[in-house]
Write a protein that binds this ligand. Structure first.
Ligand SMILES: [Zn+2]
Length: 119
């Protein structure tokens, strides 16, 4: 049986969504405290008694978080249209190379919304 691990991160970032009509509030520059959750699915390392060291996950995320925390997301290459959907995919596509057991990335731009990729 597999284990599921989750690790939470948070960034404060600005963005606007350029493909929306100018009358839409999200077309204007605004900020979010984005909550990012990485979900991993893996086997237990029976010797150590865990799936993966949480410190290793933090370390793998460090460089990526520097690129997007306290930034205008639209200025980050690949995030010109930084919807939660595209941000989740952007993070997943990078992190899967470092963490092969990454199952998905969840982005919450408010306390009432969540987007997961891949579903
Ligand atoms: Zn927004």
């Amino acid at each position: 049986m597999k284990y599921e691990l989750k690790q939470h991160f948070q960034i404060e970032s600005a963005r606007f969504l350029p493909n929306l009509p100018s009358t839409h509030p999200c077309a204007r520059m605004h900020g979010h405290s984005f909550k990012i959750v990485l979900t991993l699915l893996g086997d237990l390392d029976t010797k150590v008694g865990w799936v993966m060291d949480y410190n290793e996950i933090s370390f793998a995320m460090k460089a990526l978080l520097i690129e997007i925390d306290h930034r205008v997301l639209n200025e980050v290459p690949g995030l010109e249209n930084p919807t939660s959907e595209l941000l989740a995919k952007w993070i997943y596509d990078r992190m899967i190379k470092k963490i092969p057991i990454l199952k998905n990335v969840t982005i919450a731009e408010t306390s009432a919304t969540e987007c997961r990729y891949p579903a």
